[in-house]
Design a binder for this molecule. Structure first.
Ligand SMILES: NC(=O)c1ccc[n+]([C@@H]2O[C@H](COP(=O)([O-])OP(=O)(O)OC[C@H]3O[C@@H](n4cnc5c(N)ncnc54)[C@H](OP(=O)(O)O)[C@@H]3O)[C@@H](O)[C@H]2O)c1
Length: 322
C-alpha cells in the first residue's frame, strides 16, 4: 500500500479509501468487521462514512471498529441530507450542522472527525454561514478539515475564495462521483482540485457495480444495487452506460484482468485523485477492489481504457482546441 498526502494537508492517507456505506445495510456487523479488518491488514488507514448511511448505523459500527485504533485511522463523515422529519433536520445551516456533528461524534464514539464533508451544496443557506460553522468546529477540535462532496467546481472555488478572504478553514478535500461511465468530473472538478491542491477521494469507482463484469448491454445479475435501488437505476439508466460496461468488461477479459481491479485502478490513477473510495458488501467483493493496487496502470493502458467511453466535452465547448 502506498500513502499520499491529502491535498495541501500534512495528513498521509492510503492510496485506497474504504467506504462504509454498506455497514449496517447490505453488510451486517460480522461482515463489516471482517471487511474493516481486511482493509487494515493490507494497510488501509482511510475510511469514509456519513451520518445518513444506514440511518446512522454505519457510523455506530465504524465507531466500534476504530475504538482500539482511533489514532491510526483517518475517518470522514458527512452532513446535509435529512436525518428526520423536522423541517430543519438537514442542510448546511449552523443550526443543523452543530446538532449533526454532535450526533456523528456520539455514534462514532470519538471526539474528532478527521475530514467532515458537506454531502451536497445547499442552495438555501448562504455559504458563509456554513463555512463559519465549519471553521468554529475546526477551532473547537471537533473536526480537523472541512470538505465538500457533490459540489460543482464553481461552488468549491467560490467557497475557497470566501474562506481565504475571511480567514476561515478551507476545504481540504472533495468527494465527487467518478468512474469510467461517469466522467463529468474530468471537465472542471478534477482540474480545479489540481490547481488548488485539494485532496480528491472519488466515490463509486465501479459505478455502483456497473463495471464489475456482471452488467452488459444484454446482461443483468439477479440481484445488485442497479437492479434494486431506484436512485441508482435513474443514475445509471441511459443505455450508453451499459455499452461502456460491455466494452470495458470485454477489454478486461481479453487481457485476463479482473474488471473490478481495473476499474478501481483507472479511477485511482487520474492525476488529480488521491484515493478512490472502494465499496463492497462482503469479503469476496472487497478482494477485487483491493487488488487494484497491483495493476500496472501505464499512461498507455489508461488511455486505451478511457477510449472505451465517451469523453465529456470541454467546459468551453471549443472542441477544436482540445
Ligand atoms: N459522497 C457521496 O454522495 C457518495 C455516494 C456514494 C458512495 N459514497 C462513498 O463511496 C463508497 C463507495 O461507493 P460505491 O459503493 O458506490 O462504490 P462502487 O465500487 O462503485 O460500488 C460498490 C458496489 O459494487 C458491487 N461490487 C463491488 N465489488 C464487486 C465485485 N467484486 N463483484 C461484483 N459486484 C461488486 C457491490 O454492489 P452490488 O453487490 O449491490 O452489485 C458494491 O456494493 C461508499 O461506501 C461511500 O463511502 C459517497
Amino acid at each position: 500500500m502506498k500513502y499520499k498526502l491529502l491535498g495541501n494537508t500534512g495528513v498521509k492517507v492510503s492510496q485506497l479509501c474504504f467506504g462504509t456505506m454498506s455497514f449496517g445495510d447490505s453488510a451486517d456487523v460480522a461482515t463489516s468487521t471482517a471487511m474493516f479488518n481486511r482493509c487494515r491488514e493490507v494497510g488501509i488507514n482511510f475510511f469514509d462514512c456519513a451520518n445518513v448511511y444506514a440511518g446512522g448505523r454505519s457510523e455506530e459500527i465504524l465507531g466500534d471498529l476504530i475504538a482500539d485504533c482511533r489514532d491510526e485511522v483517518v475517518i470522514t463523515s458527512k452532513v446535509f441530507f435529512r436525518t428526520g422529519d423536522d423541517i430543519n433536520a438537514g442542510g448546511g445551516s449552523r443550526r443543523h450542522i452543530q446538532r449533526a456533528v454532535e450526533d456523528s461524534l456520539r455514534r462514532l464514539k470519538t471526539d474528532y472527525i478527521d475530514i467532515y464533508f458537506l454531502h451536497s451544496f445547499d442552495v438555501n443557506t448562504p455559504i458563509i454561514e456554513t463555512l463559519r460553522v465549519l471553521d468554529d468546529l475546526v477551532k473547537a477540535g471537533k473536526i480537523l478539515y472541512p470538505a465538500a462532496s457533490n459540489y460543482a467546481a464553481w461552488q468549491v472555488a467560490k467557497a475557497l475564495g470566501i474562506s481565504a478572504k475571511e480567514g476561515l478553514a478551507r476545504f481540504a478535500c472533495i468527494q465527487p462521483m467518478y468512474n469510467l461511465a461517469k466522467r463529468q468530473a474530468e471537465v472542471e472538478i478534477l482540474p480545479m482540485a489540481q490547481s488548488e491542491n485539494i485532496g480528491v477521494i472519488p466515490y463509486s469507482p465501479l459505478g455502483g457495480g456497473l463495471l464489475t463484469g456482471k452488467y452488459g448491454t444484454q446482461r443483468r445479475p439477479d440481484a445488485g444495487r442497479l437492479m434494486e435501488n431506484s436512485m441508482y437505476q435513474t443514475r445509471y439508466g441511459p443505455a450508453i452506460y451499459y455499452e461502456v460496461a460491455e466494452r470495458f468488461t470485454n477489454f478486461a477479459r481479453e487481457r485476463d484482468l479482473n474488471p473490478v481491479s481495473l476499474a478501481v485502478a483507472w479511477a485511482g490513477t487520474h492525476p488529480a485523485v488521491t484515493a478512490p473510495i472502494i465499496g463492497a458488501r462482503n469479503l469476496d467483493q472487497l478482494a477485487g477492489s483491493l487488488q487494484a493496487i497491483d495493476i500496472d496502470m501505464t499512461p498507455e493502458l489508461r488511455a486505451e481504457i478511457s477510449a472505451l467511453s465517451p469523453e465529456p466535452p470541454p467546459a468551453t465547448d471549443r472542441l477544436e482546441e482540445k
